[in-house]
Design a protein around this ligand. Structure first.
Ligand code: ASN
Length: 322
């Protein structure tokens, strides 16, 4: 999760200057972002996914808790029409409801607001506003989601390499193609090999993208109560970059979800719709994931900080002029 190289103050200052949004490296990053998004959207449409637009304010959102990687400073809330609403931390709850009642597979380019602790400005890998390319597949399994994102990642890299070869040369980026399927490793194996800091170490040890499975986190990811194994996953990129995607097979059993919500110290009333549908047997099993678009583009162009691919940088701790 953390890109270990800490970023120096000079770079943060450079990135937050309005004029630097027109720097050559930045212009090439926006171009790469365009090719990546076009390629991914085309592949998803080709695979029969429906395109759904995002929401930003809701009575409920992702608790992002308990997640060992989370470091949220505040969870913004405001009142509209006399109702308290939150800004979207992820559309996971909405995805679970929609996949149960609506289209059986869809994607959303979903803006998220996560007010990360200011220290995270220097990881080079965190933003307080970013966009996820979210998918959800009714009755999907982990392997279905692996195949979808392997196709998205490899097609996007191929498109950038072929269409932007001169731009990549200009910024000195040697972008490689990867074979599929990507390797799958369990978090337990990584803990044994690299200890509790495996998330920092792994991105330096791999030459190809790697799926990491079985990560204890939020209630909506499927956990086998008998074995203690979680049917969830993250995708890690090599060259020191790190995690660009999280997802899971999902919980759909009412009693199990309620037990986990209480165990996590969350309020069941915040997940009323999800729990009601589960109780009525209308919540379908599904699997899905969200890919951090800026992180993936940052990997593609070899960015020095993930904010380098944002025209209006959202670096934790720094509120820029625009
Ligand atoms: N997008 C993630 C998922 O689909 C959830 C998250 O962003 N925390 O599981």
């Amino acid at each position: 999760m953390l890109k270990p190289k800490t970023v120096d103050d000079g770079l943060l200052e450079e990135l937050t200057k309005v004029e630097s949004m027109g720097a050559r490296r930045r212009l090439i990053a926006y171009r790469a972002g365009t090719v990546v998004l076009r390629s991914m959207v085309e592949e998803l449409l080709d695979m029969g996914f429906e395109w759904v637009l995002p929401v930003m304010l809701s009575r409920t959102t992702d608790p992002l808790w308990p997640d060992p990687g989370a470091s949220i400073e505040t969870r913004p809330e405001l009142e509209v029409y006399g109702v308290r609403v939150r800004t979207m931390q992820s559309m996971i709850v909405h995805k679970r409801v929609l996949v149960s009642l609506g289209p059986p597979k869809f994607f959303i380019l979903s803006p998220n607001i996560r007010i990360e602790k200011r220290e995270r400005g220097k990881t080079g890998w965190h933003l307080y506003e970013f966009t996820q390319l979210e998918t959800e597949i009714a009755y999907g399994r982990m392997e279905d989601v692996f195949r979808v994102y392997e196709r998205l990642v490899t097609s996007a890299i191929r498109a950038v390499r072929s269409e932007l070869s001169e731009d990549l040369r200009e910024i000195g980026r040697e972008l490689r193609d990867f074979g599929t399927p990507f390797r799958v490793v369990s978090r337990r194996e990584l803990e044994r090999a690299y200890g509790p800091e495996w998330e920092r170490v792994l991105p330096h040890k791999i030459e190809e993208p790697v799926w990491v499975t079985d990560i204890p986190r939020e209630f909506y990811d499927f956990e086998d109560f008998e074995t203690g194994t979680w049917r969830n996953y993250d995708l890690y990129m090599p060259e020191g970059y790190g995690e660009v995607l999280s997802g899971a097979e999902r919980e759909h059993d009412y009693e199990k979800m309620l037990t986990k919500i209480k165990r996590d110290g969350l309020r069941p009333e915040d997940y009323e719709v999800l729990l009601r549908l589960a109780m009525e047997g209308k919540l379908k099993p599904s699997a899905g994931a969200g890919l951090g678009v800026e992180r993936f583009v940052a990997y593609v162009v070899g960015a020095r900080h993930v904010a380098e691919v944002q025209p209006f940088p959202r670096i934790p701790g720094i509120v820029s002029p625009l």
